[in-house]
Design a protein. Structure first.
Lengths: 196, 417
């Protein structure tokens, strides 16, 4: 399996961020507050990520967060930067983190949004019926993520990974939906969703 | 009928408009090898509720008291009990020679081993971190595990349940396509000793590469000697061999976003001497319905039509023939079929186990396990996924949503646990 440079860049960034923001070193049985403070190093204190290619968690459906933490803990979804943080999480921790982030209000990042790409994105969204799973307001539902106000750079990378069969845990319907789309199309989708 | 025709015509018109729109969009022609350049899905043309989406599978344990045992309804004389629980996402069931129950999963990425400890089921996570390891088979002490684009063989596995060790990797030998969509596996050894493998169509509806997708293949156990035994299948996730005729019967799931009414899922048979036959995907569905999006002249010419229809969007998955002695004689050689239940349908359908009574090349479908779908509230309590008769004649039914296995018994014989 070949791993492109691009794929690892955010992981390195993520790790660096975790180190340089001086996230607390956690003891044996960290409290939920201690864990959340650790997550804040990369994902933002309010769950809205200030860092390139790091996803925002605020307002994600609780089931989605629980499911993704579970998949990373089990090694189905392989995100090296997350591995040390998820490996000891108990099911009850997954639940608590999911409940916490689901309640936070999502905020758009300060990335610039291109109106031409929004227009193009709307066409693809209609063609692929993205709203059936992500819902008309793109807030997601159950196992399906919120993409409204998500970071553009993160979504572009995620969409590319799913299209190129490089995200092992990807939903099969989603991989079918983005199959054959050009990079420019994926960028248009990301701009459209981020601006929702 | 005329309204149906009008509906089809409007579907077709909308499809044409969407197709022309697609043509004006730059960039859609790029596609990875083996992938059709255009998925012809035209969900925008469908009149269905646009908020339909697949149901999630809980990744964490459902406690035994929350399982929907009291909802299950069976014909008179039959009884259901919880056989095992605490294996989230458990789907396929395969028994080892020494009595270990192996269970495959999809998104959760685990393979479970369930053993009997003093009459109680003990659940172990045997493997984890795999990509949708739904395909399991057992032979000569070895467990074969088919994940998406990975094939492993664990020898003498039942002696190593606590530490399965490094498997023999057969991925290169089987050389399966690495596309993800409809590519989680169902596999089983046939009466000829060959490994039969599902290769789904890599889209909802599209022209597939008939040399790669939409098939059932068979291989020698080591992955050599590949032959295509059936073509034109959208996605079969279950098959079994008739105990008398030894013919292969398989379920096939109908396409989405072409209306609530179907096209219905199919029960198909590969008749003797018809290996390699064509079952219609993507041109011809169910009992001869031409596809509204992918067209060809005489769409159903040369197509083997189904032995029975299994219902609209029912998601008919596991199928096993019954030769046990516990159930009444009228159940000899019937097939039990688990219907996982619909997502792409406004009024939910399925979530049950049906019986297929087979006569010649045809089958009659009747209800068996019901009660998990509440039609009034349009909600479900569990999703029957695979079935497996045990040596004592009882029948196991896996519930992917509850992470449990139910055991169905008949008559005076009571539960073994």
């Amino acid at each position: 399996m070949s791993v492109t440079r691009n794929r690892w860049r955010p992981l390195v960034l993520g790790l660096a961020a975790a180190v340089f923001t001086g996230g607390p070193v956690l003891g044996q049985n960290p409290t939920l507050a201690e864990r959340i403070a650790q997550c804040a190093g990369c994902h933002g204190a309010d769950g809205n990520s200030p860092l390139p290619k790091i996803p925002s968690l605020a307002g994600q459906p609780a089931f989605f967060i629980l499911n993704q933490l579970f998949l990373m803990r089990e090694g189905v979804r392989k995100v090296a930067a997350m591995a040390p943080f998820v490996k000891d999480l108990k099911d009850s921790d997954l639940d608590a983190l999911a409940t916490h982030y689901a309640k936070l209000p999502p905020k758009a990042s300060n990335e610039s949004i291109d109106p031409a790409l929004i227009k193009r994105g709307a066409e693809i969204v209609a063609q692929k019926k993205c709203v059936s799973c992500h819902k008309p307001n793109f807030a997601g539902d159950e196992q399906v993520p919120r993409i409204a106000k998500q970071r553009v750079d993160y979504m572009i990378e995620a969409l590319q990974q799913i299209r190129d069969s490089k995200r092992e845990s990807a939903d099969t319907l989603m991989s079918g939906a983005v199959a054959g789309l050009a990079d420019a199309d994926l960028a248009a989708l990301a701009h459209y969703a981020a601006a929702k | 009928m005329s309204s149906l025709l009008a509906y089809r015509r409007s579907l077709a018109t909308a499809a044409t408009i969407a197709f022309l729109t697609a043509l004006t969009l730059p960039g859609v022609a790029q596609s990875p090898p083996g992938f059709s350049p255009l998925d012809k899905s035209n969900p925008a043309a469908s009149k269905q509720d646009e908020s339909l989406k697949p149901h999630p599978t809980p990744p964490t344990v459902t406690p035994v008291e929350k399982l929907p045992l009291d909802k299950i309804k069976l014909p008179p004389g039959f009884k259901a009990e919880v056989w095992s629980y605490g294996h989230p996402g458990g789907r396929t069931m395969v028994l080892g020679d020494k009595g270990t129950m192996f269970m495959g999963t999809r998104l959760i990425g685990r393979v479970y081993a369930i053993t009997d400890k003093n009459g109680k089921r003990e659940v172990k996570v045997l493997l984890q971190g795999l990509t949708q390891p739904n395909g399991l088979a057992f032979k000569n002490g070895s467990l074969y595990v088919f994940a998406i684009n990975k094939v492993f063989r664990y020898d003498n596995i039942e002696d190593k349940l606590d530490n399965p060790g490094t498997p023999v990797e057969l991925t290169a030998a089987y050389n399966l396509p690495d596309t993800i969509h409809h590519n989680w596996k169902y596999v089983a050894f046939g009466p000829d000793g060959k490994m039969y493998v599902q290769i789904g169509s890599n889209c909802n509806i599209c022209e597939v590469n008939p040399g790669i997708h939409g098939q059932i293949r068979r291989y020698n156990a080591d992955g050599t000697g590949m032959e295509i035994v059936a073509r034109g299948i959208r996605n079969t996730v279950g098959f079994d061999w008739h105990p008398v005729t030894k013919e292969l019967w398989f379920t096939d799931n109908g396409r989405d976003w072409a209306g609530n009414a179907g096209p219905e899922d199919e029960l198909n048979r590969i008749a003797k001497g018809e290996e390699g036959a064509f079952y219609g995907f993507p041109y011809c569905h169910a009992q001869g319905i031409p596809d509204p999006d992918v067209k060809r002249p005489n769409p159903c010419a040369g197509v083997i039509l189904p032995a029975a229809l299994l219902g609209p969007h029912a998601a008919a998955l596991g199928i096993k023939f019954y030769t046990g002695k516990m159930f009444p004689a009228s159940y000899q050689n019937v097939a039990f079929i688990a219907r996982h239940g619909s997502w792409n349908r406004e009024k939910k359908f399925g979530y049950d186990v049906v019986v297929a009574r087979i006569s010649g090349g045809r089958a009659r479908i009747e209800p068996f396990l019901t009660g998990l779908l509440d039609e009034k509230t349009n909600s479900f309590f569990g999703r029957p996924t695979y079935v497996l008769p045990l040596a004592d004649g009882s029948l196991l039914v896996s519930d992917e949503t509850g992470g449990a296995i139910y055991r169905i018994t008949y008559g005076a014989k009571t539960a073994s646990n």
